[in-house]
Design a binder for this molecule. Sequence first.
Ligand SMILES: [Mn+2]
Length: 404
Amino acid sequence: MSAIRFFHMADLHLDSPFKGLFGLPDNNLKKIRASTFEAFDKIIHKAIEERPDFLLIVGDIYDGENRSLQAQRRFQAAMEMLFEHNIPVIVSYGNHDHLHGSWTRFALPSNVYELPADTSVVQLKIRGQQVNIYGFSYGQRHVKEAMIDRYPVAQDQHAIHIGMLHGSEASDTTHAVYAPFKKEQLLEKRYHYWALGHIHKRQLLHKEPPIVYSGNIQSRHRNEQGVKGFYDVTLSQTSAQLTFVPTSAVVYNIVEVDCTNVQHANELLQKCEEAIATNRMEYGASVMELHLKNIDEETEALFEHASVEEWLETIRESEDGVEPMGWVQKLILHKKSASNESTAMTESVISVMEQWDISEWKDILKDLYQHAGGARFVEPLTEREIEHLKLDAQELLVDEIQRA
Ligand SMILES: [Mn+2]
């Protein structure tokens, strides 16, 4: 029985708008706005070069339910290229590009199998090997039902069975729970591989058989740090080999700068520049959060007559025009003087915040959201927005406590 080879990817979020980026030079902004497409192109090029047997795309190809024209055009063209090379693509749509949205229709070539809203199976024959792929697309945005109940238990003992599922573990309370499942439920289906989507952080939930989130192919904001990509999988009934392939066009990173013994502004600037250069060597184009570590009183004095914003401007200026781009989004000071007591206090406040659910957040923020004049200026309160608020609140808290 021969092994098969496929690419497992999810959450392409093509044409993500990248809101909330301010003050960037035009070429940097352009690079970031094109990053989801650039990452996608890398996958298509690799597929054409290396000819895997098929591709699996597990939901959220498009960022919006109106499936932007630009994104569809790029996707369509890519699928045509794969058609030319006889590479099948199995697609399930997720909560972002669910079937109930309205969009301008493109006709995809016949190598693309779009899964319907009911769980169904796509059957492929690869060098004599039968391969059954099970999955569904989101019929509407919110699929709260345990769709896993609708997947059949594998029957054909000679086939390779693969499940595609865009959803999250029932126990995972950090995300909006869609199509919830328990690991045991997946294992009960006796499939050889579970290709998951929805969670943007790459992770292996189970090894044999593999239950895998490939994560998204390109970070979309500062809560999605690190290199993103997809899995190149070689699979037989008895073995699985997974290779992570990076695709990020722009890497979101936290860069640490050790400020021990820094006394003068030029020394601090030089340390920052060195840290950024090292990051550039390793990751290429990046959006960075610069964390200044080990700031003692002498270093702290450098911020007495120049604000953090001024420092940020100065650091950004020295990066202007350097390729590949390095955009410093934020500058965060970690002062040495912070006592253990204040750390403990910060942590206890943060842990209280962690326990708030969305309705509590709404209650806490109701003055803002119900304000007659202000409400229309704020973003809708999504999980992601709450994540941002949490991080901002933590920073503010640490800062205030240290200053006290
Ligand atoms: Mn997604």
